[in-house]
Write a protein that binds this ligand. Sequence first.
Ligand code: NI
Length: 135
Amino acid sequence: MTVERVGVAFEPELLRKFDDMIKGMGYASRSEAVRDVVRKAIIESEINAEKGDVMGTITIIYDHRAGNVTDRLLRLQHHHQSEIISTTHIHASRRMCLEVIVVRGKAEDVKNLAGRLRATKGVKHGKLVMTKTEL
Ligand code: NI
């Protein structure tokens, strides 16, 4: 891989905070850590702009005894079967279930699915994590 060198000026305080942050994170060099930050910013910017295909996970926590939440979540997931790769269900406690849904598709479709899952009555918490595989 060819690389292009650039000089970046930092205020000492900012650089100190950055070095503190990456200490112990396993980076071989400060350059690698900076490249990672740039990659992350690009991925997040593209995802926020809803461009192209994304992969990710949707994690939801719900009380399986709340109304017909299980039925509704199942129906919703079948309706979105083209975006869902797999679903892992964990019986977290007597009442609570945790599901991790692995998704792939257009960013807007994945966001839409996550929003609908979160909005389902009985779902206490939902979090979508998206990433891109092409960068
Ligand atoms: Ni369960």
